[in-house]
Ligand binder design. Structure first.
Ligand SMILES: [Fe+2]
Ligand SMILES: [Fe+2]
Length: 138
């Protein structure tokens, strides 16, 4: 079973690469793919990552900040869907700024804390739950 933290990091890299691809091509179909990737990642983190972090870390403020960041990303996706042309490109840039900030925070605080505090077995189970959550979405 893949380690859950590695799966989360792989998702972060895939989304970042997709934003890069949009910035160099301005191909709107890439944005549809980014939105799907973000939705699947949001589902997996809510179903698996944050519940484990709640048990292992007991850091309510950190979890709350994460949930708020995810809510902000969802609001920006709703906003972006209503845009066209230059405002659309601007809204994608705004989405990327929100995603990048949250990913940087997650990789700096939550994931290292979880890596340190969780057992190997919990991280393997996290991997299994993330894959399951993704199958439900896909
Ligand atoms: Fe997150
Ligand atoms: Fe994440």
């Amino acid at each position: 079973m893949p380690n859950g933290i590695d799966l989360i990091l792989a998702d972060h890299q895939a989304v970042s690469a997709a934003f890069d691809a949009f910035e160099s091509t301005l191909d709107a179909t890439i944005v549809a793919r980014i939105i799907d990737q973000l939705r699947a990642h949001d589902d997996a983190e809510h179903a698996a990552l944050y519940p484990l972090a709640a048990i292992v870390l007991e850091d309510a403020a950190l979890l709350d900040a994460s949930l708020q960041a995810h809510a902000g990303v969802k609001r920006q996706i709703d906003h972006l869907r209503a845009q066209e042309g230059a405002p659309f490109v601007e809204a994608v840039a705004g989405l990327r700024a929100l995603v990048d900030a949250h990913v940087a925070d997650e990789e700096k605080r939550l994931l290292p804390a979880l890596q340190a505090a969780a057992t190997e077995r919990q991280l393997d189970e996290l991997g299994g739950r993330i894959l399951q959550a993704k199958q439900r979405v896909g």
